[in-house]
Design a protein around this ligand. Structure first.
Ligand code: MTE
Ligand code: MO
Length: 259
């Protein structure tokens, strides 16, 4: 189930870490044994009686729903590390404490899911430019592929992650991210739908081609995922698009804002 991955060759990026001692390879085998039976990513698992309610009900932050393509029990920190590599001069492996060495930025922004809910929180984390500076990507590497501990994956243009108010987030509402909201590390990109805001990040890879993301491979959503003003995708609501407030929308004059 959650250990199923379309790009197994990319799960474990392990060349040339500066901090070899910290980064341990991540094994999903033990974790998947703990999880309930297979749930198809295409089904709405809220209707699946085999999935415990706590996977889908918000337990900590009012207004938020816990959204997971597949039920996930959270990251095993004994095995967690962040690999940043691909087409870069200096590939690195970072431990959790290393992430606090980056300049922390905080913002209040809204996460807007395509399934017609949105909620705001105070997020704290670091900017993508900090990572770029450290690893020094090849100028030909115009794309970024991000992978998660729950086998979710996302894809961005480098430029999209350098936009204002895009954060690699460690803290939500004054506390470390909770297990449900992506501990230890997630992305918050307020101008993209919730599904682009990938949780449980384990690897960030610079590439010269654009890869697809989980929800374009497993459902009806686009790779781009930029918020469409006023309209939600129809998945949960009898195929009728519903207007919804919330979310941040870039306008044409924002095309190349300062980082
Ligand atoms: N790794 C991972 N990240 C993920 C998801 C997921 O299933 N796995 N779901 C996405 C979706 S569809 C949404 S709406 C948001 C929801 O964030 P929340 O669970 O913190 O409310 O997380 C996104 N990030
Ligand atoms: Mo979502």
């Amino acid at each position: 189930m959650a250990s199923q991955n379309k790009n197994p060759d990319e799960v474990k990026y392990k060349k040339g870490f500066l901090r070899r001692d910290i980064l341990k390879l991540i094994s999903f085998a033990g974790l998947s044994a703990l999880l309930p039976g297979r749930v198809s990513a295409k089904d709405d698992f809220r209707n699946d009686k085999n999935v415990p309610k706590q996977y889908i009900q918000n337990r900590d932050v009012p207004g938020f729903h816990i959204r997971s393509a597949n039920p996930f029990l959270g990251v095993d920190m004994g095995n967690w590390g962040l690999a940043v590599g691909g087409m870069v001069k200096n590939p690195i492996g970072l431990g959790y404490e290393d992430l606090f060495g980056f300049k922390m930025v905080s913002q209040v922004s809204r996460l807007k899911c395509v399934e017609c809910w949105s909620a705001k929180a105070k997020w704290e984390g670091f900017k993508f430019s900090e990572l770029v500076e450290k690893v020094q990507p090849d100028p030909a590497a115009k794309f970024v592929y991000i992978q998660s501990a729950d086998s979710y994956y996302e894809s961005f243009a480098v430029e999209e992650l350098l936009r204002p108010r895009v954060l690699f987030v460690l803290r939500m509402n004054g506390k470390s991210l909770s297990k449900d909201h992506g501990y230890p590390l997630r992305l918050i990109a307020p101008y993209k739908y919730g599904y682009k805001n990938i949780k449980y990040i384990t690897s960030i890879k610079f590439l010269d081609t654009r890869k697809r993301n989980y929800w374009s491979n497993s459902g009806p959503y686009s790779v781009d995922g930029t918020i469409q003003p006023g309209i939600d995708h129809p998945l949960d609501f009898n195929k009728k698009p519903l207007p919804i407030n919330g979310g941040e929308v870039f306008h044409f004059f924002d095309k190349r804002p300062p980082v």
